[in-house]
Design a protein around this ligand. Sequence first.
Ligand SMILES: [Zn+2]
Ligand SMILES: [Zn+2]
Length: 195
Amino acid sequence: MGFGADLTEALGECADLINTGRVVAGGAGRGESLETLRDVVAFARRHRVENPAAARAGDLARVREFRGRLDAICRSCAAGDQPTAIAGLNALLAEAGAVPRIVSHDGRGPHLHVSRATAPLADRIAAHCAMALAELVVAGQGDRIRTCAAPGCEAVFIDLSRNRSRRYCDSRTCGNRQHVAAYRARRAGRGAIMG
Ligand SMILES: [Zn+2]
Ligand SMILES: [Zn+2]
């Protein structure tokens, strides 16, 4: 299965959103990095969500609530529980007011978007993320959603590698940290054997 640029970006946005609520070793995440509405707007800008300035006070609580549900859907996918993931996605798509619309942008061919320009910012973010997960799940690729294998890191990531071999949320931070730890452990083991 090829992952188009649009789906890849949307999945990245979804993982990033979930990780603002998880403990992430390599990043700023201490379990909550969406503390103010300004953080939500900054998140939206980072992911080039249309019209982030439309954010209203209610969007903070709402985006956190949607985030919790996206997180639960990802945990279901990672655990291989597809029926629960699908039920969660259908409920979320309906509540975020997802309406399919065919768009072309950034030189990309026609594809589906489901967020309405007039919907609250939280709903637009949630609909976009839920649609990306839905595409992954209906393609039978839900098992690409994983939790980082590094100790102390709970980051979710989506393994889009060809051989599905990715174990860490970020090879430069968690992956590298684990390689260094393994190297030290090997050296320490050799030292012990050599006396
Ligand atoms: Zn698009
Ligand atoms: Zn990690």
